[in-house]
Design a protein around this ligand. Sequence first.
Ligand SMILES: NC(=O)c1ccc[n+]([C@@H]2O[C@H](COP(=O)([O-])OP(=O)(O)OC[C@H]3O[C@@H](n4cnc5c(N)ncnc54)[C@H](OP(=O)(O)O)[C@@H]3O)[C@@H](O)[C@H]2O)c1
Length: 224
Amino acid sequence: MNFSGKRCIVTGGTGALGAAVVARLRAAGAAVAVIARGAAPGDMDFSGVDLADPPAAAAAVNRAVEQLGGLYALVNVAGAFRWETLVDGHIATWDLLYSANLKTAVCASKAALPHLIANGGGRIVNIGAASAAKAAAGMGAYAASKAGVAKLTEALSEEVRPKGITVNAVLPSIIDTPANRADMPKADFSKWVKPDAIAELIAFLLSDAAGAITGALIPIAGRV
Ligand SMILES: NC(=O)c1ccc[n+]([C@@H]2O[C@H](COP(=O)([O-])OP(=O)(O)OC[C@H]3O[C@@H](n4cnc5c(N)ncnc54)[C@H](OP(=O)(O)O)[C@@H]3O)[C@@H](O)[C@H]2O)c1
């Protein structure tokens, strides 16, 4: 894949999956800006942005597009995870995951859309979760927020299809990240999907070959 001349924003590009996505797109020649809440070290990277805050998200996206000189694709990787039962958990967790997983994608997409429209078309890729299809115990708040990402993907894909913008979501199961290895030390890590494999799928969705794919919710599960 050759992405030279393609201008992309990756939210949460400092995290385990986000870093793999940024590396894959840059390796293909894309100009990539990262927007993240924590420190994001590069020239094209925007730190300290809470993407669930609409004005902050809009300001960061606008600054990123100005630096990039336009926008072809937005990859919404920002998100968070909590395992918590309702009996022992906190109502605040539902707000937290709604904000981190759904509202960040909504705010970043709303901010990016005028630029994608000005570009004459483009791509949005969201990160849902396989666990949203059938939530296990303790997964209610997370799965509800990721089910929201799936519905955002479907509705927005229909809305912007006439403008030549595709909107798709990838649905990982358990990703092989340092955090998951620390949380589940006895698991068979070899079964987990690697960040690089998900980055490859996202790169495909940004490629010319995927121009006719929109509204798709694509599971990527490794051998789980
Ligand atoms: N790990 C898994 O097994 C798994 C499975 C299915 C789906 N997913 C999804 O895949 C995505 C990446 O997961 P990951 O494991 O790579 O997570 P991660 O390492 O925790 O990275 C998440 C990134 O999102 C950023 N972020 C979170 N809330 C934000 C906000 N309000 N504004 C701006 N940035 C924000 C984080 O920034 P800070 O670090 O500064 O907070 C971080 O850069 C998430 O959407 C996650 O739900 C993960």
